[in-house]
Design a binder for this molecule. Sequence first.
Ligand code: NI
Length: 139
Amino acid sequence: MIERIGVSLEADLLRRFDRLIEQKGYASRSEAIRDLLRDALVQREWSESDGSEERVAVVTLVYDHDSSTLARKLAHIQHENHRAVVSALHVHLDAHNCLEVLVLRGRGREVVRMGEGLLSTKGVKHGKLVPATTGQGLR
Ligand code: NI
């Protein structure tokens, strides 16, 4: 069931919001607001978790493949947690740099521990752990 709500906004804030909506390509204000709300709910889902619930996250890593020690360390962490790695994508960005995108699924605390372990490995040039959701409870 869809319910309608009215939202009061300062004119300047609404103008900036409309510009953002246009830049992001949303078809309507409603869809943009729904996305913002869902993202806030997912953030809350993670922050309120005691770590035992099932969680899904995406990890991106950029690193120099010339360091074989580093590549081995990153692979080792993934093998140690192989049940949590649902999918792994490896892109050879250029002659030296690799991008890895991992989808992790498991208990929240294990997913975070593994993600942070990868990101904090010495030599990783850039990385992000993006909390996602199993989608349950969101429409
Ligand atoms: Ni590579």
